[in-house]
Write a protein that binds this ligand. Structure first.
Ligand code: HEC
Ligand code: HEC
Ligand code: HEC
Ligand code: HEC
Ligand code: HEC
Ligand code: HEC
Ligand code: HEC
Length: 340
């Protein structure tokens, strides 16, 4: 409850500030980069938390009788995952209620006071929120309250695509966010609304591979493209990915959207790769080639010319061959008739 109040208050303050300081306040509403000395300091401070909140801590607790193996069995916290992540430069306490968690056992009061994204990313949240609110997950009553930014964004592990760069890593991270629910009956049921036919009984999870069986090599596609490639509207290359997950009727089904020289993947999955990288070796979309060979999208003008030339020659050859055979057959027929 307090978190909502705080979120509302932050937005209010920012809106008021924005109306007075309009152009200057923009930069101030976004988390600024953190300098190296502060990063060092934060990482040192986090060691106190990792003393318990890590595999090493669970194995070797700072005090006896903590039963960490049981109490922290579902936790994935790990310095090796946290430190390189987007928020790995921060002190845990910046999001987790100041010094509230320093003593252990942690007090009940103050738990669940995790700072909302708006507190540090107000400008981005303001831009994304209309899209987020229009998406299938937010439009669905019952799902709305439970579906928040950190349903998809793991605050401890995620690395923004712009920094990940490698398309395979981006695909793995972003699809994991969707499949965590869409590939698990257990998690899906926690979020699913009641079915139309039998109220009280949760709607069944549609099997992801079955729904997409029209897509050849379905499993291969899951490793090469993101769900959001087909389930969100396209945006200009410089804008943030749209957070509007469209109704299933509006999802992309046309193969040429990706498998063509003008592939949509250029402004989606491959948008963070430099232009020259995209055109390396004279191939159109060579970046796709260096990661995988996307039929139709990975092209080379000279090779294309040679292939088209070969096709024309083959066709011409076939036509000539056919014509000669027809003429020959007619001649033979004519000869036979003459012989009668
Ligand atoms: C002595 C071991 C220990 C240390 C040190 C420790 N924690 Fe914890 N923490 C736990 C255990 C065990 C839990 C599981 C729930 C519980 O027992 O409160 C937990 C739970 C949490 C939770 C989840 C609370 C909830 O709502 O369920 C957060 C957040 C947290 N710790 C943050 C921190 C931060 C931040 C630090 C460092 C400032 C820290 N902890 C240091 C042992 C520790
Ligand atoms: C950018 C903000 C942010 C930072 C920094 C952060 N966390 Fe969290 N943490 C979250 C959010 C968001 C959740 C999910 C809370 C929820 O679902 O209600 C969470 C959940 C947790 C939980 C409970 C779930 C779990 O994974 O076990 C623990 C424990 C925890 N954080 C510990 C830490 C520790 C230790 C650090 C520092 C190494 C840290 N957090 C840094 C935002 C943050
Ligand atoms: C207490 C402040 C704080 C909170 C709360 C917070 N962040 Fe961040 N976030 C930061 C900082 C600081 C950075 C790193 C900025 C840098 O290094 O340039 C960052 C970086 C990021 C990045 C990568 C860079 C970018 O802006 O695109 C993403 C994505 C992000 N945060 C998403 C979230 C989401 C989603 C939430 C809510 C679950 C959240 N953050 C909550 C402070 C915060
Ligand atoms: C349905 C899953 C989902 C939800 C919910 C979600 N996001 Fe995202 N978000 C993504 C995906 C996928 C990306 C693309 C990965 C990337 O660019 O790093 C992304 C990217 C981002 C980025 C980086 C964009 C850029 O180009 O710099 C920010 C910032 C962000 N989300 C913030 C938020 C905030 C704030 C919320 C809550 C209002 C939110 N997200 C809710 C899935 C989600
Ligand atoms: C926390 C769980 C969860 C996550 C994460 C999640 N979804 Fe969903 N999604 C659901 C549930 C539950 C439904 C069912 C809603 C319904 O049946 O009305 C749904 C429905 C959908 C639908 C069907 C919409 C329609 O028109 O019926 C699509 C498409 C979809 N999700 C795509 C995605 C994509 C893409 C991602 C990742 C960016 C994602 N989801 C992440 C839980 C989730
Ligand atoms: C190549 C494009 C494409 C990709 C990639 C893709 N989808 Fe879809 N998806 C579609 C289309 C098109 C439909 C509508 C299918 C139909 O109606 O026959 C759909 C339907 C769905 C539905 C609706 C199921 C239902 O009937 O209620 C969900 C949920 C869904 N997709 C989730 C996902 C998830 C999760 C991923 C990532 C693992 C993903 N999709 C990747 C194109 C795609
Ligand atoms: C969202 C973009 C996207 C859409 C839409 C899409 N594909 Fe793909 N497809 C890819 C990518 C990327 C690969 C590259 C996989 C690799 O080799 O790593 C691929 C690979 C393939 C392959 C396998 C090539 C191989 O190396 O074995 C076939 C076949 C294929 N797609 C056919 C189709 C067909 C048919 C459709 C339409 C029903 C379709 N694709 C729609 C992006 C897409």
């Amino acid at each position: 409850m307090f978190a909502y109040w705080r979120q509302g208050f932050t937005v209010l303050v920012l809106v008021l500030a924005g109306s007075v300081w309009a152009p200057a306040s923009r930069a101030g509403t976004e988390a600024a980069p953190i300098d190296t000395a502060t990063i060092e300091k934060n990482r040192k401070a986090n060691e106190a938390c990792f003393a318990c909140h890590s595999a090493a801590g669970i194995k070797n607790p700072p005090k006896a009788d903590l039963d960490l193996a049981n109490k922290l069995k579902d936790s994935r916290l790990e310095p090796a995952l946290f430190n390189p992540a987007d928020h790995g430069v921060m002190d845990c306490r910046q999001c987790h209620a100041g010094n509230h968690y320093d003593p252990y056992p942690h007090a009940e009061v103050g738990k669940n006071e995790t700072a909302p994204c708006t507190e540090c990313h107000a400008a981005k949240v303001m831009r994304l929120e209309p899209q987020f609110n229009a998406s299938v997950h937010a439009k669905n009553e019952g799902l709305k309250e439970k579906f928040t930014c950190n349903t998809c964004h793991n605050a401890h592990e995620n690395i923004v695509a712009l920094r990940l760069k490698d398309p395979h890593k981006i695909v793995a991270q972003d699809n994991h966010g969707c499949l965590e629910c869409h590939n698990s009956d257990l998690t899906f049921a926690k979020f699913a609304p009641d079915g139309e036919k039998t109220p009280g009984v949760k709607r069944k999870r549609p099997d992801i591979d079955t729904i997409h069986d029209w897509l050849p090599n379905t499993k291969l596609h899951w490793n090469a493209v993101r769900c959001v490639e087909c389930h969100t509207p396209e945006v200009a290359a410089k804008k943030m990915l749209s957070h509007e997950i469209l109704d299933k009727e509006k999802a992309e089904k046309k193969c040429v959207t990706c498998h063509s020289a003008n592939s949509t993947l250029k402004v989606r999955l491959y948008r963070h790769m430099a232009k020259d990288e995209q055109q390396r070796l004279g191939f159109t979309n060579s970046v796709i080639l260096s990661n995988s060979y996307v039929i139709g999208a990975t092209r080379h003008p000279v090779l294309d010319g040679i292939v088209i030339g070969l096709v024309i020659l083959t066709l011409a050859g076939m036509l000539a061959h056919g014509a000669i055979r027809i003429v020959a057959a007619l001649r033979r027929k004519g000869n036979k008739e003459q012989a009668k």
